[in-house]
Design a protein around this ligand. Structure first.
Ligand SMILES: [Zn+2]
Length: 479
């Protein structure tokens, strides 16, 4: 009897649904959802910005997108995107990204950032509260507008007094109150921060039950100051305080010791600590040349020389003289840093602990090409990731990380009824990155459609004009 009623209600439900007119239907695509394991041809009905129906039956829509032969997946969630300008958002959208967050470092002024983007964002956005910026302000050297990293100097290299630590904390609390999703720490850019200052910032995050995203203190093999030591420092701070820890770009922070660093993350997790990590699929990084990353000793630490530094615009390899000129300048010049090997990057990307995050910024091809590159190189060409595993690294894993900051993320990174209609439709046979170190803003190919909250942002492979459906993701501090 019970079963009969159940079936009847299902029957009623499905006939109701068949009659339902959806805002949009994505028809006949190969639908992938890494949480439920769904990998089948389905029709998707979208209503009011949500996924209202996923069905093998035909659905009626005011608009119907034909997706036969294409993959339909949750839109990619990038936890680590510095370029928040419209040009960057366009190439992100064409790379399958529906959410791109500045969590590594954070912006200097959360309220101002959120206000500037409201109604003007192609994709979903959000930021952490910046320890680097709070420190710079307290040291009397606030960051110039439009920058997130300071020139090296007293504000980066000197230790803070107890009063200054308190002032940094007060500022971070205010930034979290304004909607910051986490505490962002670029410890390598503030080498004057003591171990205790780092622990104090983790304590502050723990009080708010928020994670710390961090670019660790150092890279390379020279002790003291190795990548291994730097991972130990932040795992220790997480263990001491209880704050969740996300180590950004483990590929470029641990370099040739990346697999050792990943085993440290695995060990911490096995002991019950909340530690996660991410990587991007390129052998070079990019960073401001006047930052503290290039304080004396950088060659020995990173195992590279002047000629491994390349200016993105011109392809110029630096000399000692040119380096000194740019390092001492107060103008921010970004420089490509060739400090990793393809073998390391390949092993890191394939590791099941590693999420994909771009660290995107103009001047580096990772801004435009990260996600398509993983799908082209690691799924299609090298075969070291299954399509489902790659999608998981780009959607469910970052959504689960983001749930530590906002309940809204429970409806993201999944292709299920009731979830947000943030969806990418792409051709798995042809998707590829086209951005290069010479032409870093060339958009990827293969994303046919991209929906943000049910609004079509990429339509038949092109950016739709005049739509700005991007939503703010806010931490719990903002009422
Ligand atoms: Zn970084």
């Amino acid at each position: 009897m019970r079963k009969l009623i159940f079936c009847l209600s299902l029957f009623c439900l499905s006939s109701f649904c068949a009659a339902q007119q959806y805002d949009l239907v994505i028809e006949g695509g190969r639908v992938l959802d890494p949480e439920t394991g769904l990998d089948a041809v389905r029709n998707i009905g979208i209503l009011g910005g949500k996924i209202a129906r996923i069905s093998a039956l035909p659905l009626n829509g005011s608009r119907v997108i034909q997706a036969a032969g294409l993959v339909v997946a949750p839109g990619f969630i990038d936890l680590h995107q510095h370029g928040q300008d419209l040009a960057s958002q366009r190439v992100k959208a064409l790379d399958g990204v529906t959410t791109a967050l500045e969590l590594e470092i954070g912006v200097p002024d959360v309220a101002q950032f959120l206000k500037a983007k409201q109604g003007r964002s192609l994709i979903n956005y959000g930021t952490s509260a910046s320890h680097v910026a709070a420190r710079a302000a307290v040291f009397g050297a606030p960051l110039p507008a439009g920058t997130i990293l300071p020139k090296s100097g007293p504000a980066t290299d000197e230790s803070a007094t107890p009063e200054q630590i308190e002032a940094i904390e007060a500022r971070l609390r205010a930034e979290l109150d304004a909607g910051g999703l986490a505490v962002g720490m670029g410890i390598q850019y503030t080498p004057g921060a003591t171990r205790l200052e780092v622990i104090d910032m983790f304590r502050l995050a723990a009080q708010r039950a928020l994670p710390v995203y961090t670019h660790i203190r150092s890279a390379g093999r020279v002790e003291p100051g190795s990548g291994i030591e730097a991972v130990s420092e932040v795992i220790g701070a997480s263990a001491i305080t209880g704050a969740a820890l996300h180590i950004v770009h483990i590929n470029s922070s641990c370099l040739r010791d990346s697999l050792e660093c990943l085993s440290m993350v695995a060990g911490a997790r096995a002991r019950g600590l909340d530690v996660t990590t991410e990587a991007y699929p390129y052998i070079a990084g990019i960073t401001p040349i006047n930052s503290a990353l290039f304080n004396p000793g950088w060659q020995e630490k990173l195992g590279i020389g002047y000629s491994d530094l390349v200016l993105p615009d011109t392809g110029e390899h630096l000399t000692r003289q040119r380096f000194n000129e740019l390092h001492n300048s107060s103008a921010t010049q970004w420089v490509l840093v060739y400090d990793n090997t393809q073998e390391v990057v390949d092993q890191v990307i394939a590791n099941p602990l590693v999420m994909i995050a771009s660290d995107g910024v103009e001047g580096h091809p990772r801004n435009a090409g990260t996600y398509s590159r993983v799908l082209a190189e690691y799924v299609r060409e090298k075969g070291t990731l299954t399509l489902m595993d790659a999608i998981r690294k780009m959607t469910l894993m970052p959504a689960e990380m983001l749930q530590r900051s906002t309940a809204a993320a429970r409806h993201m990174g999944r292709l299920q009824e009731g979830c947000d209609a943030d969806i990418v439709v792409f051709d798995a046979a042809t998707i590829r990155d086209r951005a290069t170190f010479q032409k870093p803003m060339q958009p990827s190919e293969g994303v046919q459609f991209l929906l943000v909250g049910g609004t079509v942002v990429v339509d038949e492979g092109k950016i739709a004009p005049d739509v700005f459906p991007g939503r703010a993701l806010l931490g719990p501090g903002k009422p």
